[in-house]
Design a binder for this molecule. Structure first.
Ligand code: GDP
Ligand code: MG
Length: 182
């Protein structure tokens, strides 16, 4: 029996998003771990939006440098799908604090590419509820329930291809390719 796929939000933060060869390496790591790229977007997050995104950390000592950093350059945001996507992506990223992670988990994305505890390469949702909120924050046009109704089956059955041009999996990489209604 196949399990339903789970969705998560992944961000490549400005420290890595501005370095194309590292973006490429991280994408390879993600693909090799069995993830699908459901949607991808390259964007700039203004400071006010960064503050909204990290509202839960308001008042923490690192909050100001975190939101400054997040709005210091462009980001890549991705909706990823996989069995246990939330946990799997957080395991690939490694623990939050890079100065420890680079010693204790050097094989992880943060261990390899993170620069400091603030500039730690990537973000991943930490629960299903957070994932849903964070997906609609970055992809307001994306409807999670519609995706489960119309697209999830293509991914679960492996009837999708990775399209390098726009970093998404689709039934085929023709420009006109769409998920037809099931
Ligand atoms: P995450 O879910 O692993 O990203 O970690 P958190 O949700 O706890 O924190 C959000 C982000 O704030 C982290 O990814 C870091 O960029 C930053 N951050 C968290 N803890 C610290 C810290 O102790 N020091 C600094 N400088 N930044 C931190
Ligand atoms: Mg977090």
């Amino acid at each position: 029996m196949t399990r339903t796929l789970q969705l998560t939000l992944a961000l490549l933060k400005p420290d890595v998003a501005g370095r194309p060869h590292i973006v490429e390496e991280i994408r390879r790591i993600v693909l090799n771990d069995g993830f699908f790229f459901v949607r991808s977007k390259h964007l700039y997050l203004p400071r006010s939006k960064a503050e909204e995104f990290y509202k839960e950390h308001e008042g923490r000592f690192f909050h100001n440098r975190l939101v400054s950093f997040m709005s210091s350059g462009h980001l890549w945001s991705h909706i990823l799908a996989r069995d246990d996507a939330i946990g799997a992506w957080r395991r690939l990223m490694g623990p939050t604090k890079v100065f420890q992670t680079m010693h204790h988990h050097p094989e992880t994305i943060r261990g390899r590419y993170g620069l400091t505890d603030t500039r730690n390469a990537t973000h991943g949702s930490d629960s299903e509820e957070t994932a849903k909120r964070e997906i609609s924050f970055f992809f307001p046009e994306f409807d999670v329930d519609e995706w489960y109704k119309k697209e999830e089956v293509y991914f679960r059955q492996g009837s999708v291809k990775y399209c390098e041009e726009n970093f998404v999996h689709k039934p085929s990489c023709n420009e006109t390719s769409e998920f037809s209604k099931v």
